[in-house]
Design a protein around this ligand. Sequence first.
Ligand code: PFF
Length: 451
Amino acid sequence: MHNRDTFASKIGIVAAAAGSAIGLGNIWKFPYMAGKYGGSAFIIIYLLAILLMGFPLICAEFAMGRKARTNAVDTFGVVTSKKAWNIIGVVAVLTVFLISTFYIMITGWVIYYFVTTLTGKLYHIPVGIEVATYFDMVFNTMSSSMWLPLILALIAVCATGFINAMGIQKGVEKYSKLLMPVLFILFLVLIGYSTTLPGFKGAISFLFQPDFSSITPSVIISAIGQAFFSLSLGMGALITYGSYISEKENIRSIGAQVVIADTIIALFSGLLIFPAVFTYNLEPTAGPALIFMSLPQVFLKMPGGQLFSALFFLMIFVAALTSLVSMLEIQITYIEEKTKWSRKKATAVVVAAISLGSALIIGGEGPLSFITITGKSFFDSLDYLTNNITIPLVAVFTAIIVGWVWKKNAFNKELAKGGHEANTVDHFFFFLLKWVIPPTILILMIALLLG
Ligand code: PFF
């Protein structure tokens, strides 16, 4: 056995797990997905998915991880006593590897916006160019080139690797505890400003006025996939963090805090971005470019905007970093335990592999953009594949394993450890894991496939 580090405190676990959950998924992806899939319809499903699927699955992943105390792949074999189930863990780890390759690209974009804010370049608008066109151009020029985004992505992955190499307590836990509160405060300030924009009302009705007409299987599965992505589910992250949680902790209460923090930040991000979108007549369906094109326009007009811009992109970077740390952790723990390499060596190999994969993804946005998979770029294909297929599939099998193979006694016993007696919520969660989550997701996936 290699030395397994553990979290030192409950607040440390919550910060790290919330740090994993809160990331680009909340601030960058949630708003553009909501924009693409019709706003409120998407958000209603998203919230239901968080509560009725995400929360029980977080408890399931934490419980399995803590019980098995091993890497995300072997956990499946250990809790079921059947090695064949490891295949689900393999899909989970592959999924997280693929996600890491584009996640560092986006993190690189964030670094670009941070640095160009600091140098003043971002807000130095040439005369004669319309502001919206200018920010459009900045984004497209940067994201479709090769070397700059690649170098920035490498900086992102190396910074992450550096933290991972230091270990759980001295790396992950320490940084998460420090930076997560700052993120919340900054969000509040920025939203305060957003409420003063004329587009605020339009944003509220776009985000929260129920409109059931746009609900389709594809909207539902995308919302569920996004809920899981945002909570870091279906990729072995919470299994891996669960394996570092002590037996005296109450898994449900950690899960509840992660759910609340993650959901608040996602909704806050919507409230931050859509008023700007409606004020400046931008397209809510702009996709991955949304925050990079909309927010700079707000910052440009805001008193002290440049300072807020710098803080904002720094915060997204921090949020992305704590998520990346958990992504690397899954892969590092797996390799470390399989090969018995040192943590540093395993980290270096994972960083190198992600960097190579990322070069392909970045090329696909630029010089290699002529290569497409069913009309989609590499990045879009991977995003689609992971969000709509592999993440939901791993989640389904996690639910099946807990509900049908591991069974109620084992699940309840794990949750009750440390004197936290089983309660009605546990029974309800078990019911959802056994009877509701697998059929719902499977039916939707089949509908999507046939549709
Ligand atoms: N939950 C993260 C986000 O919302 O940005 C993304 C993520 C983290 C995915 C950790 C996978 C993972 F293992």
